[in-house]
Design a protein around this ligand. Structure first.
Ligand code: BYC
Length: 386
């Protein structure tokens, strides 16, 4: 069964609204570039601009206030650079670790059609990881270093991927709720002040909107199937609801970075604002599924023009962030094993790149033709489904 009629409108309505926001962000990026940049922030001792005494802090703030993009060669405060590396790396690692819970179902998808769709989705996540590592590299850290930090447990990835996928319906719940939460969180990042991150997010968000729809369609099919299938869909929504709410991070009062990140226009909305948007979107979308959200306190608040809801258990979020969730150890162990098993691919890619560079140096103009440049010296990170 497919999603049709009013049900399709509910999801596509939300989806096209989201895609409209992404398109608007893309247009804003183009406009900012066309307007021409105000003189960018430079280091105080920059010899290229003797007539403008360097005040990089002031220039940086001017650029941010003018909604222009900070680019890799611009001067930026150390804290801005560190915050971006932390957030983009965490985001990239989430995409890569996030391939595991769904990859777990690749061999068990209920039909060849479902398997092909899931395979494409999991491959998309690898691509998102790649764009994000590339964006982080523009800040002066290598992908190798970032991967090492993840494997050593010194950088984080999203709490959500430390929960198990017990049934096929979980793949639907991940698509609808986890990708749905990701979209709500990530569409505003298309307007992030750092150019390479904003540009990567535009492409990612376009793909995520398909992911959300495929999850919704899986749940819709199950929810309108046999009573046992309906129950399986409800059970998956019940288990993924609160972990999805927790993806937005601690409540605003306990959020260490939100204030500064919003001043720097890295984040555009606070954790609680985005969580509320997500709840309001899901309440609309759950009805056509014929399912319910597992929160007896969920009700419309006329005064706030938003739904009241029970917040997630933030102590549980902290435990999961600190490494004590249901699957933390398994996820990292699997990634370490996949990374070690892929060592020969990295070595071969490096040897190939060196050989091609040698040939180019020797004047062979055909050297490297047909090789994806992104792969040279930086082979793709393996899925490591398990
Ligand atoms: N999980 O001050 P706060 C995806 C940490 S990919 C783990 O509010 P911030 C997808 C936070 O890092 C989903 N840690 O932080 C992929 C900080 O610790 P540190 C990933 C969390 O950065 C495949 C501390 O708690 N999305 O959706 O202002 C398939 C205090 O928090 C979490 C992104 O990464 C968490 N849930 O805000 C399907 C989006 N929450 O770093 C789907 C980009 C908080 O000081 N990231 N922490 O040690 C963001 O938007 C922000 O980083 C966050 C947190 C909203 C996540």
């Amino acid at each position: 069964m497919s999603v049709d009629g009013d049900d399709a409108q509910t999801v596509s309505g939300a989806r096209s609204g989201i895609l409209d926001e992404v398109e608007a962000a893309e247009a804003a990026l183009r406009d900012a570039a066309l307007r021409g940049r105000i003189p960018g922030p430079r280091a105080a001792d920059d010899p290229t601009c003797p007539d403008k005494p360097g005040d990089p802090d002031r220039d940086f703030v001017e650029m941010i206030d003018a909604d222009q993009k900070i680019e890799p060669r611009d001067w930026m405060p150390d804290g801005y650079r560190r915050t971006l590396i932390r957030q983009i790396a965490q985001h990239a690692h989430s995409e890569i670790i996030g391939m595991q819970p769904e990859g777990n179902w690749l061999t068990r998808a209920p039909s060849l059609h479902r398997k092909a769709i899931l395979l494409a989705k999991v491959q998309d996540e690898a691509g998102h990881g790649l764009y994000l590592y590339a964006a982080a590299e523009t800040l002066g850290i290598s992908r190798e270093e970032l991967v090492d930090l993840l494997l050593a447990g010194r950088q984080k990835y999203s709490s959500i991927f430390n929960y198990p996928t017990l049934t096929w319906a979980d793949v639907g719940a991940i698509g609808w709720l986890v990708d749905g939460a990701a979209i709500i969180n990530q569409v505003p990042l298309c307007r992030c002040s750092y150019g390479p991150y904003a540009r990567a997010m535009i492409r990612i968000c376009k793909e995520e909107s398909f992911h959300q729809r495929q999850g919704y369609e899986i749940l819709h099919t199950l929810a309108h199937g046999t009573p046992a299938q309906h129950q399986m869909a409800q059970d998956a929504v019940d288990r993924w609801w609160y972990p999805s709410l927790a993806m937005f991070g601690p409540p605003d009062a306990d959020s260490t970075h939100s204030g500064q990140s919003m001043r720097w226009k890295i984040k555009r909305f606070s954790n609680d604002e985005l969580r509320q948007r997500f709840v309001d979107m899901c309440v609309q979308q759950v009805e056509p599924l014929g399912l319910t959200l597992p929160d007896p306190e969920l009700r419309w608040n006329e005064q706030r023009q938003a739904y009241d809801f029970t917040p997630p258990d933030y102590d549980e979020l902290l435990r999961v962030i600190r490494g004590d969730g249901p699957c933390n150890r398994q996820r990292l162990a699997h990634r370490r094993a996949a990374h070690a098993a892929g060592g020969w691919v990295r070595e071969a890619a490096r040897a190939y790149a060196e050989k091609q560079a040698g040939r180019r140096k020797a004047g062979d103009t055909t050297a490297g033709v047909g090789v994806a440049t992104a792969g040279v010296g930086a082979p793709p990170v393996g899925a490591g489904a398990g």
